[in-house]
Each structure stands twice: as structure tokens, then as C-alpha cells.
Design a protein around this ligand. Structure first.
Ligand SMILES: Cc1cc2nc3c(=O)[nH]c(=O)nc-3n(C[C@H](O)[C@H](O)[C@H](O)COP(=O)(O)OP(=O)(O)OC[C@H]3O[C@@H](n4cnc5c(N)ncnc54)[C@H](O)[C@@H]3O)c2cc1C
Length: 369
């Protein structure tokens, strides 16, 4: 079955989708609007279900030497006093290991998984959805026709807009500060300190480096910090635990705002959205990559099972993915609501029941998908 498939976007979801399709016997083209020299910065935390999906994509071996395994998540109040701990090794037992690593390393694993076959500097500009095909116009004016177009072009997806699947993403109001630091304190656990509508998270990510992820729920005037490093100090300068030592060595800080994408359906004609283009959430549960990787596994499976029947495959895809992606969004919102409670009340509740509440938010994701 020779299907002409285009994957738009060479990020985690695009490369994973292309890998899933290759494993299933298809040979998609992948286009990415950025140049090949653009490597993602920062780190990424992959809970056990991401590892399971990577295993199903046949990419667990190259991942194994990378980053650091995470066995425990430790939650503290802003002074660094313990609230509760989550035994993530036990939570994801039999599913997969949880790991923090450089984003660039994950990207490289996925790129190798598609044989490096990505057409860079190539953007999709226009699409014409026909009966059983899609005509695509690229940035250089060239046009080609495909039997299936996979929109893996992120939360501000052009494919989503051109296929009439939905409008702009909705800002969550969170501002995220990320950094990779060397020479900070030695941490063996993923460690979060919860503040007042803010949190500071640090985790080992291999090479004796720490990946730092901090966020705040923005109020008027704080959405666009002019000096992210100064804002980080302003927000977390009074925190205890590992924070002062990390702030002392922090150099570059990347700032991002996060969005949600909620769609009635991710598919229209012969177009399917995957990853953030279909279901971006705030990264609170660190499920963005895992959902993109699971999307990729399911995409390959349904297309293979349907014998290349695109409408049947896309219907089956939606049956298998909708509930799970909705679940991640709901659990993310719940976690953010808890995070944003008044600290005194929240900390009291988390000391008593945090382990149970936070583990439950992941429990269903340990199930097969
Ligand atoms: C601050 C932050 C922290 C996060 N932390 C985590 C974490 O720890 N763990 C986790 O699992 N998830 C995390 N996530 C979420 C995770 O990064 C995403 O869910 C994941 O990267 C999937 O992204 P994607 O490939 O769908 O989209 P993107 O990463 O946005 O990739 C889309 C790609 O498409 C390309 N593109 C766009 N338009 C076009 C076009 N018209 N033509 C061609 N190419 C195009 C873009 O250049 C880009 O390379 C985080 C997200 C944020 C914002």
C-alpha cells in the first residue's frame, strides 16, 4: 500500500509520527520550516508512559544512555520543608522508566529514528482539501498532492487553521522560566517547591547538570518579563531548600508562555492533527511529549490495521486517542487549580493527602492506550 503522506513539523510529534508510520511500513515525507541548525534548548521530563511509547516505536535503546532516571518526585513548601513524596518508580513500574534529559538529545533520537529524512527550511503555507487528497503549497511556491497530511506543527498550527479545525490556542496565563545549570547543588530527585501561584522545579538531567523549570500564574504586567533572570530572582529569591544555590549559578533563562488547544475533532478529510497542534496543555504534568509519542504509536497502528484506508484509520485513531488526551487536559487543570490554592491551605492538604492526590492524577495513564 503506497500512500503519499506528508508530516508537517519536525518537532517531537512530527518526528515521532514519521517514526510510527515508518514502523508500520509507510514512508512519509517530513517538512520543517526552521533550518536544520536549530536545536531545541532546555531539558525535558519524560514520565514512564513516554518511555513505553518510545519502546513501542523501537527507540528505547538509543534513549537509555541519555539523561538521568528519576525515581522520586519530592514536593516541598517554599521554605524547602517536605510536603510529600511520590515514588515514581513504583507508580510507573511495568510501564517505563521516568527520565529527565536534554531536549536536543531526545530530538536527536527521534531524528535518527526517521533516518534523518527531514526537509528543513520548508514551510506549509496553503492547503486545499479535496475529496480524498490534499493539495499542499510550500513556502517556495511549489505544490504537491498527498493522500494524508499529518499536522504536527505545534500549538500555533497552520495546518489546523488551513483545514478549518480550530482557531488560535488559548493562553493558560502561565509564564515558564527554564534553564540548564551546571555547578549547582547535587540533586538526585525531581524536586518542586510550591509558592504562591508559582513553583520552582529542579531535576538532574545527566552530565551533572540540573534542568530548572519554574513558573508563575501571570497577573497584569508580569506576562512579558523584560529581564527573565531578574524576574526569576524576584519570584524565588525568598525560597529555601535547593533554590538559593541554584539561583547563584543560573546563567541563561528561557521564557515561554503556555497555551491550551481544545478541538471538537483533530481530523478533517485527509488531514489529522497530532501533538500540541491537537491537544496542547500547560506542561504541569509533563505529558506533552508522552501524548505526542502515544499519538505516533496509534497513528502507525491504525493506518496499518486499516490497510491504508485513510478515513477508516482516522476514525479509529480518534476513538483511541480522544478520551486519553481529554484526561490529560482535565488532570492538568486540576493540578494547576491545586497549585494556585492559597499556600497555607494547600500545603496543609498536600501534607496529608498529596501523595494520593498527585499519584491518582497519573494512575489512568499507566494503563495501556
Ligand atoms: C515551557 C514548556 C515546558 C514543557 N515541558 C515538558 C516536559 O517536561 N515534558 C513533556 O512531555 N512536555 C513538555 N512540554 C510540552 C512539549 O514540549 C510538547 O508537547 C512537545 O514538544 C510536542 O510538541 P510538538 O512537536 O507537537 O510541537 P512543537 O514542538 O511546537 O513542534 C512543531 C514544529 O513544527 C514546525 N512548524 C510550525 N509551523 C510549520 C509549518 N507551517 N510548516 C512546517 N513546519 C512548521 C515548528 O518549527 C516546530 O519545529 C513543555 C512545553 C512547554 C511550552
Amino acid at each position: 500500500m503506497t500512500l503519499r503522506i506528508l508530516v508537517v513539523g519536525g518537532g517531537i510529534s512530527g518526528l515521532a509520527a514519521a517514526r510510527g508510520l515508518r514502523v508500520a511500513g509507510f514512508r512519509p515525507e517530513v517538512v520543517e520550516e526552521l533550518p536544520a541548525t536549530m536545536a531545541p534548548g532546555a531539558g525535558i521530563y519524560l514520565p514512564g508512559n513516554a518511555a513505553r511509547a518510545l519502546r513501542l516505536l523501537g527507540l528505547d535503546a538509543p534513549l537509555r544512555p541519555l539523561g538521568d532516571l528519576i525515581f522520586r518526585q519530592v514536593f516541598q513548601d517554599s521554605a524547602g520543608r517536605g510536603l510529600f513524596e511520590m515514588d515514581v518508580a513504583a507508580l510507573w513500574a511495568g510501564v517505563g522508566e521516568s527520565r529527565a534529559l536534554a531536549r536536543a538529545d531526545l530530538q536527536q533520537v527521534l531524528l535518527t529514528g526517521v533516518g534523518g529524512e527531514v526537509r528543513y527550511d520548508t514551510a506549509v503555507r496553503e492547503m486545499d482539501l479535496m475529496d480524498s487528497a490534499v493539495k499542499v503549497e510550500f513556502g517556495d511556491g511549489s505544490v504537491a498532492e498527498y493522500d494524508l497530511v499529518i499536522g504536527a506543527d505545534g500549538r500555533r498550527s497552520t495546518v489546523r487553521a488551513k483545514a478549518g479545525l480550530g482557531g488560535a490556542a488559548t493562553p493558560t496565563g502561565q509564564v515558564v522560566y527554564r534553564s540548564v545549570v551546571s555547578g549547582g547543588p547535587v540533586l538526585s530527585d525531581w524536586t518542586a517547591l510550591l509558592g504562591d501561584r508559582s513553583q520552582f522545579v529542579a531535576m538532574p538531567m545527566g552530565g551533572r547538570r540540573l534542568y530548572v523549570y519554574a513558573d508563575e500564574t501571570a497577573v497584569a504586567g508580569t506576562e512579558n518579563p523584560a529581564d527573565p533572570k531578574a524576574r526569576l530572582r524576584e519570584l524565588f529569591g525568598g525560597f529555601g531548600g535547593c533554590v538559593p544555590q541554584i539561583l547563584d549559578v543560573i546563567e541563561k533563562v528561557q521564557v515561554a508562555r503556555t497555551d491550551e488547544v481544545v478541538l471538537d475533532t483533530p481530523a478533517q478529510g485527509s488531514v489529522l492533527l497530532v501533538g500540541d497542534a491537537a491537544h496542547a496543555t500547560a506542561p504541569t504534568l509533563a505529558q506533552g511529549a508522552a501524548m505526542a509519542l502515544e499519538d505516533a504509536v496509534v497513528l502507525g497502528e491504525v493506518l496499518k490495521q486499516s490497510g491504508g484506508d485513510v478515513p477508516a484509520a482516522l476514525a479509529s485513531y480518534q476513538n483511541r486517542r480522544r478520551q486519553r488526551c481529554d484526561l490529560v487536559r482535565e488532570r492538568t487543570r486540576e493540578r494547576d487549580t491545586t497549585r494556585d490554592m492559597a499556600p497555607a491551605e494547600r500545603d496543609l492538604m498536600l501534607r496529608e493527602r498529596g501523595q494520593e492526590i498527585f499519584s491518582d492524577q497519573y494512575r489512568e495513564l499507566t494503563e495501556p492506550f
